[in-house]
Ligand binder design. Structure first.
Ligand SMILES: *Cc1c(COP(=O)(O)O)cnc(C)c1O
Length: 952
């Protein structure tokens, strides 16, 4: 017996179909072998890549050990670096029940409101929390990080002044990464950024906006009343970058004249993670609500008139407005927003105030101890950050490192020390010792300080008065509340989520476990690089694998989502043209079927979008492409193309398309969000693209978190490598880099172990198998459904790639049944609808992924076939054209059990259309959402109520 390799290979856990089922499925699709299926699916012209070099698969245990050994090389020191990132205590019930819970981390963005009420309720808590604490009218449901949130706010300033003003003033006391990201963003948007001292700034009518840090990067708190008055008088939009914990004590921006407030919610229980993921916040005055970027959850009602949440103001977004969208943000940071939201629910306003007072008290204690020993401390007001002046900053920081701490070196003679929720008096003693200032102990010193601010800086107003923030301070109640919300949401722990273009595959436990190791998640993003050798060892290996998989020469891990990757990649193309003296090359060709983020991103990069038509087969119309290339030859900057196409087909012509664009002097951006049908068989680099982004939260197993986090690294060839994003706080990027595009140099580094584990545990062959099975599963489903439904677009041999589109428009014509009726009826079958009406209206796009078993995809096909019979009943007049199971879907438990039942079909037919549902049934928590009502009566936060009684 051979017993050298372990019998339990991860590939068999990740991939759905068993070997014997694979044979049956191949028979169903009419292929004699997997090889034949692949040859008939992926054009031979692009199957030109060498075999993957990832190597042998490792078992779950061995891969975990390998990763652990690597990251054990990280040196864990206490960081007091601040700059928007603080140590925090994740309350264990939140760690266990939210962050580590597939019920919360596996759902998708809440497009299907009826099965997403739980996380939307929590996100409305979040919106209320951030709006309350900043004292602004409304908040949105998370941005990627503080720096990009500030850049988004700058874009809002441009919208608000209707682009009539060209200058943005940014205080030089903002965090350096925030200034850097705004500068990168401003340039293609034709905004002139002025970085300077607020005292010297003139708030005249040439400015669109001003960005004011409150508190500042060096911890100081300034009185901005005169500058804000001047700004308000001259219609200069006032944006403040702030800190939620500080604002529980400090007069909030809304009470001193801010129009927009941004910041990070990281210190509300979200681990540092060497840069992320965290949720940034943005709040603003009601007047600016239509200019807000990203997702907003709003209250509406369902078909029964009951209150219900849904994504609000979708009409602002790139899916609809494309290059005119407010922003390109798609995936945001929902899971982390929910973490911060629950932190606020857990502590309540009183708890937050106590935490803030303690942090402030300890900071004051530290300052006092230093002063008493003759160390010079800046005497401006501060919240948590003590600024020490007149020292040999480098020597002090080195001494701190030797004592196990990281301080921030501000300049040659000053350092800052930022305290946080985790700081104890003994930590203050240790800090004092670095300065030889420990004559008396922190315990003693603290008796002489009183937390708080002088007069005008003190917050008087209440916040978070809504009941939810004052009710769940016991763990028992909190646990039940979290479970109650979770049980309203359909995640991968309930059923497959066959969302085309979204690749909802397994997020395995082995992949997820390392994310919450302290070696991964407790590290500040700006620690000296010699403390993170382990991090960079696995990052380098991951990058090497991704280069192999994409066929590219360099990777940037800075982009925090797919759309951020598009931005980084297109900016690199733009910089390439500029570098070669071709600033005129600003035309971006984008097929009409492209994801909405593509045109929105091109617009952010200052490019002019020229759409390319699709032919009847769903392919890029070669004649139109030729014409447009010819027309724009002199100014052609880039073509953005999705491959396989958004229609789920491998286009034969892609190599020729790349060549045509190159011949005309343009570069090719490949949207590689969906690499799932390519990995191991073809690659953007070998096809001829110059850059692509990867959605690690699609193909490479990072969970969707109910709407984020994600990671969208880009791969580039040698031409573009010099232009990769760099960063003021880390050595990364190319020699002619585009600047920073995220707050942290390596984006949301702490979720990269997920993708590392996936690749390591699959090995070269396992990754190929995943691609084969993703293609088999899609073709199997297509063939099971094709006799009853029209399948839009197939390749030359009648094959689809990893997804396919079902055309439902014929039913609209035959009996008035819409795509949305079918999508909602699938909820009654305990299934998540496929992607609806994109990229073609009136269709569903199905992507099973390799992780779904034959059992589950058969369950989906059976449901679709049963629904086809239900449609037939309407077509044949056996069912009422309006009062039928489809139009009334989904059916809730309250409705089915209620006394009132005025439908011509039975309750049984409504709730249990197939027998298997009697054993396993997921109940939608609301009836069909009323979108129109919600947008007409916009409610984006919980009502302010002063009646709420504090639980204690
Ligand atoms: C998902 C997706 C994107 C956007 O990625 P985000 O991470 O949501 O920003 C872009 N293009 C395609 C084809 C996608 O499927």
């Amino acid at each position: 017996m051979r017993c050298t390799s372990h019998p339990d290979q991860f590939e068999r856990r990740h991939n759905g179909p068993r070997d014997h089922e694979e044979k049956d499925m191949l028979t169903t699709v009419g292929a004699s072998s997997m090889q034949q299926l692949i040859e008939e699916t992926i054009p031979s012209s692009i199957r030109n890549r060498p075999p993957l070099k990832v190597g042998e698969a490792m078992t779950e245990t061995d891969a975990t050990l390998k990763l652990f050994n690597m990251v054990s090389k990280n040196k864990l020191k206490k960081s007091y670096i601040g700059m928007g990132y603080y140590n925090t205590i994740t309350p264990p019930p939140i760690l266990r029940n939210i962050i580590q819970n597939p019920g919360w981390y596996t759902p998708y963005t809440p497009y299907q409101a009826e099965i997403s009420q739980g996380r939307m309720e929590s996100l409305v808590n979040y919106q209320t929390m951030i709006a309350d604490i900043t004292a602004m009218d409304i908040g949105q449901a998370s941005l990627l990080d503080e720096a990009t949130a500030a850049a988004e706010a700058m874009a809002m300033c441009q919208t608000i002044c209707k682009s009539k003003r060209k200058k943005m003033f940014i205080s030089d006391l903002c965090n350096p990464q925030t200034i850097a990201v705004c500068q990168t963003r401003a340039e293609p948007m034709d905004i002139e950024v002025i970085v300077g001292k607020v005292e010297d700034a003139k708030m005249d009518s040439s400015l669109m906006g001003v960005l004011l840090p409150y508190p500042a990067t060096d911890g100081t708190i300034h009185d901005y009343s005169s500058v804000i008055k001047q700004a308000n008088d001259n219609k200069v939009t006032v944006v403040m970058v702030s800190d939620l914990l500080a604002l529980t004590m400090l007069k909030p921006p809304g009470e001193i004249g801010a129009d927009i407030v941004v910041g990070n919610t990281q210190r509300f229980g979200v681990p540092l993670g060497y840069g992320g993921p965290h949720a940034a916040f943005l709040t603003c005055k009601d007047a600016h609500k239509r200019a807000v970027p990203g997702r907003i959850i709003g209250l509406s009602r369902d078909a029964a008139g009951n209150p219900a949440y849904r994504l609000a103001l979708q009409a602002r977004e790139q899916h609809i407005r494309r290059e005119k969208a407010n922003s390109n943000i798609c995936t945001a940071q929902a899971l982390l927003a929910n973490t911060a939201s629950f932190y606020a629910v857990y502590h309540g306003p009183e708890g937050l105030k106590k935490i803030a007072a303690r942090v402030n008290g300890l900071a004051k204690t530290l300052a006092l101890g230093l002063k008493q020993s003759g160390v010079k401390v800046c005497d401006l007001p501060f919240f948590d950050t003590v600024k020490i002046e007149g020292v040999d900053a480098q020597a002090v920081c080195k001494k701190a490192v030797d004592a196990g701490m990281n301080f921030r070196q501000l300049d040659k003679q000053s350092v800052t020390i930022s305290l946080d929720e985790t700081t104890n008096p003994s930590d203050v003693d240790a800090i004092l010792a670095v300065f030889g200032a420990n004559k008396s102990s922190a315990e003693k010193l603290s008796e002489q300080v009183t937390p708080g601010f002088d007069g005008a800086l003190t917050r008087q107003s209440k916040f978070m008065t809504a009941e939810v923030f004052n009710k769940y301070q016991t763990e028992t109640e909190l646990m039940r509340y979290m479970f109650h919300l979770q049980s309203k949401d359909l995640g991968l722990n309930t059923s497959m989520i066959p969302l085309g273009s979204c690749t909802m595959k397994l997020n395995s436990a082995s992949e997820m476990v390392p994310v919450t190791w302290p070696e991964i998640n407790s590290i500040h993003p700006f620690v000296p690089v010699d403390q993170v050798q382990g991090y960079h060892e696995f990052l380098d290996e991951l990058n090497k694998w991704l280069m192999d998989i994409t066929g590219f020469d360099a990777i940037s891990q800075q982009p925090n989502a797919g759309a951020a990757g598009e931005y980084a990649g297109l900016m690199a193309i733009r910089q390439y043209h500029k570098h070669h003296g071709n600033t005129n090359r600003n035309i971006c060709l984008i097929p009409r079927a492209a994801h909405g983020t593509n045109p929105a991103t091109a617009a952010m990069c200052g490019m002019d979008v020229v759409p390319i038509e699709c032919d009847d087969m769903g392919n890029t119309d070669m004649n139109d492409l030729k014409e447009k290339i010819e027309l724009h030859k002199a100014n052609l900057g880039a073509l953005m193309i999705t491959y396989p196409s958004t229609h789920g087909v491998f286009e034969d012509t892609v190599v020729e398309i790349c060549k045509m664009v190159h011949d005309a002097g343009g570069l090719v951006y490949m949207d590689g969000a969906n690499m799932n049908a390519q990995v191991g068989f073809c690659s953007p680099g070998h096809i001829g693209a110059d850059v692509c982004h990867l959605n690690l939260h699609k193909t490479f197993c990072i969970p969707h978190g109910g709407g984020g986090p994600g990671m969208g690294p880009i791969g580039v060839n040698k031409k573009l490598a010099p232009f990769l994003p760099n960063h003021p706080m880390g050595v990364t990027g190319g020699e002619h880099g585009i600047g920073a595009i995220s707050a942290a140099p390596w984006g949301s580094a702490s979720i990269l172990p997920i993708s590392w584990m996936y690749i390591q545990m699959m090995g070269s062959r396992g990754l190929e198998r995943a691609t084969e099975l993703a293609i088999l599963n899609a073709n199997y489903m297509k063939d099971r459904l094709k006799n009853e439904f029209e399948i839009l677009f197939t390749g030359k041999n009648g094959r689809v790639a990893h997804e396919f589109i079902i055309d439902l428009r014929p039913f609209k014509a035959s009996c008035g049944i819409d795509a949305v009726d079918i999508a909602k009826r699938l909820c009654d079958y305990s299934l998540h609808a496929p992607t609806m009406s994109w990229p073609v209206a009136g269709t569903l796009m199905v992507e099973p992924t390799e992780s779904e078993s034959k059992f589950e995809i058969d369950r989906f096909c059976d449901a679709m076939l049963a629904i086809r019979e239900e449609i037939r009943e309407v077509e044949q007049g056996k069912a009422d054209p309006e009062n039928n199971v489809l139009k009334n879907a989904p059916h809730t438990m309250a409705e089915v059990l209620g006394d009132k039942w005025d439908h011509p079909y039975s309750r049984d037919k409504a709730a249990y259309p197939v027998p298997a549902l009697r054993e396993r049934k997921f109940w939608p928590s609301i009836k069909r959402i009323d979108d129109v009502y919600g947008d007409k009566n916009l409610v984006l936060r919980l009502a302010k109520t002063d009646q709420a009684k504090a639980a204690n």
